[in-house]
Write a protein that binds this ligand. Structure first.
Ligand SMILES: NC(=O)C1=CN([C@@H]2O[C@H](COP(=O)(O)OP(=O)(O)OC[C@H]3O[C@@H](n4cnc5c(N)ncnc54)[C@H](O)[C@@H]3O)[C@@H](O)[C@H]2O)[C@@H](O)CC1
Ligand SMILES: Nc1ncnc2c1ncn2[C@@H]1O[C@H](COP(=O)(O)OP(=O)(O)O)[C@@H](O)[C@H]1O
Ligand SMILES: [K+]
Length: 526
């Protein structure tokens, strides 16, 4: 996902905020109540016209189809149409609204378009060819729950998509819900989305990941941070800077990097626990113990002898563990739930994944134990696990991932990542982070086990649960992106490869170019 942001000075090197529709409307109200209110629609249309000119209407491409819908998104499109026309482009404008029902700003935009010599069409002319399309049908005001699309809009959107031309979507691709990222009906497939004022959650998750193309944030000269305090941010390289472990002191020893205990690996699922263990080891934990549920467990892992294998009961007798990861290959037998119960009652930070989550969903006493924990817990559900925890179905979770994540964090007193394309991290203070890394190469067995092991590694190295969560989620996706960049995916990317790729990236991020020189001994004698 490529996101370009015109940064206000306060945003330099800081995480980029993401705003819900309600927050965008609040910013708009605050901007309008300023002494000299900025002409936001004029600025949005001008920004869009520049983006179209610089990105789509290049190399002699000079004709553009502008779709203007019934609301202010249509107003933005009419402003963009006017600028493009004034700059000499051939502009055909389709207006689907009713002039008398436009807001004052949009009405002015329409009048200015006509005054500039522009025309309005009701339908896309059949016999004209264009080089690009500007989609200003619907923005954040689209309400498909209340008014499903009628045939006219469904067909317009399908026609635009079938024209195979580059499309600039204004604010959001029409048909996409700005808060949930769902597109239950037809939706514009954009090449570029110009997101006004700030990023919206729907651009970053669910169907949004498929239809935005490159996202360009246009802040319309508003310093949004001075207007409202954001609660959501983009999880990108800027956001994880403060989460990185420090470079290691030269005289370090393994005791300084913590000990992870991993509980899982029931019969037939030992691989899951091994993957989590290898991830914990290779992302820097000082020691990693696997407490295996399987009845006749291995005593050594010949391919990764650094892992210390223990019958699960013995794991609870160790007094130097820094954190526990419970769930990879855990199963749901009685031993599994007894171990989970014990883990929930330890004072250690916990990562709960897979069957640990399914057990909590099934047994209210485990859920109660989780809620009353005093030390941090991270949960890592995918949509199906989240659905079990909230007693609903995965489709309902996906329809509103935002609310689902918020409910899980509140109900279970946890930080969490709701996994999937555009993983959503929810912290216990209500702050939310939208992950920008990752690709479908991750859709294969075992990658979730790797993620939970990585979190264990970071907890063991002394990061807070929030830092461990954010760093692991972003690094895990970035590791997959690096593999994809080297053609090791998306087809056939494996969970084990993610571990090695993540180790390489983490070292680069922590040390830059100086890892080799930092620890080199240089002694000279005169
Ligand atoms: N909020 C702001 O500060 C700014 C908003 N601007 C633009 O204004 C947009 C929001 O404008 P609006 O609130 O007018 O909303 P939209 O223009 O997104 O859509 C609202 C219009 O669509 C109709 N509509 C909604 N759902 C429909 C459906 N399913 N089928 C048919 N018609 C439907 C509504 O009746 C209304 O006429 C933003 O996305 C952005 O493009 C910009 O002008 C810049 C400033
Ligand atoms: N299409 C995708 N794009 C980005 N990330 C993905 C995608 N599919 C899966 N992932 C990530 O891969 C991981 C899969 O976890 P999970 O479903 O628990 O796998 P498993 O149970 O096999 O270990 C999660 O981190 C998820 O966010
Ligand atoms: K749009």
């Amino acid at each position: 996902m490529v996101i370009l942001h015109e940064k206000a000075p306060g945003l330099m090197n800081n995480p980029i905020p993401v705003y819900t529709t309600d927050e965008i409307r609040a910013i708009e109200q605050l901007a309008f109540s300023m002494p000299n209110p900025p002409g936001l629609m004029e600025k949005a249309g001008l920004a869009a016209a520049h983006i179209a000119k610089d990105n789509l209407l290049v190399d002699g491409r000079n004709s553009v189809l502008v779709m203007a819908g019934p609301g202010n998104n249509g107003g933005d499109a009419l402003v963009a149409a006017r600028y493009l026309h004034n700059w000499g482009f051939q502009v055909t404008t389709i207006f689907t609204g009713v002039a008398a029902r436009l807001s004052p700003d949009a009405k002015r935009a329409l009048e200015s378009w006509l005054a500039a010599g522009g025309h309005l069409h009701d339908e896309i002319p059949a016999d004209v060819q264009w080089h690009a399309i500007v989609d200003g049908l619907f923005g954040i005001g689209l309400n498909l729950a209340k008014h499903p699309f009628d045939e006219k809009y469904r067909q317009l959107i399908e026609t635009i998509n079938s024209m195979q031309l580059p499309v600039l979507a204004l604010d959001i691709p029409s048909g996409l819900d700005a808060d949930t990222g769902t597109a239950p009906d037809a939706v514009i497939k954009a090449t570029i989305t110009a997101s006004f004022i700030g990023l919206k959650p729907g651009l970053l998750m669910h169907d949004g990941s498929e239809c935005t193309g490159k996202i360009i944030v246009c802040n319309l000269d508003l310093d949004t941070l001075s207007l409202i305090t954001p609660r959501s941010w983009l999880l990108d390289h800027n956001a994880i800077h403060y989460c990185l472990p420090s470079p290691r002191p030269a005289n370090s020893h393994k005791g300084g990097f913590g000990s992870v205990g991993i509980i899982g690996g029931a019969s037939g699922m030992i691989g899951a626990a091994r993957l989590a263990g290898m991830a914990a080891l290779k992302l820097g934990a000082g020691r990693v113990y696997l407490g295996l549920i399987a009845e006749a467990p291995l005593t050594i892992d010949p391919t990764q002898p650094e892992l210390m294998l223990r019958p699960v009961d013995e794991l609870f007798e160790l007094d130097h563990l820094t954190c526990l990861v419970v769930g990879p290959g855990l199963g749901q037998e009685i031993t599994a739930s007894l171990c989970l119960e014990k883990a929930l009652h330890t004072p250690l930070p916990l990562v709960l994944d897979a069957d640990a989550l399914n057990l909590i969903a099934a047994y209210p006493e485990l859920a109660t134990a989780l809620r009353s924990r005093q030390t941090p817990t991270i949960m890592t559900p995918h949509a199906a696990e989240a659905a079990r925890l909230l007693h609903t179905d995965p489709a309902s979770i996906q329809r509103d991932r935002f609310t689902a994540a918020e409910r899980l964090a509140k109900d279970f007193n946890c930080a969490l990542v709701l996994k999937g394309a555009g993983s959503l991290c929810m912290l216990t203070n209500g702050h939310r982070y939208f992950n920008t890394s990752g690709n479908p190469g991750l859709s294969s067995a075992g990658t979730g086990d790797v993620l939970s092991g990585m979190m264990g590694a970071f907890l063991a190295q002394g990061l807070s649960s929030e830092q461990a969560l954010l760093l692991a989620v972003y690094l895990h996706g970035s590791a997959a992106d690096a593999l994809l960049g080297a053609w090791h995916g998306p087809i056939g990317m494996t969970a084990s490869e993610i571990i090695d790729s993540a180790r390489c990236l983490l070292n680069r991020w922590v040390y830059g170019d100086e890892a080799q020189t930092r620890y080199a001994h240089s002694v000279s004698v005169y």
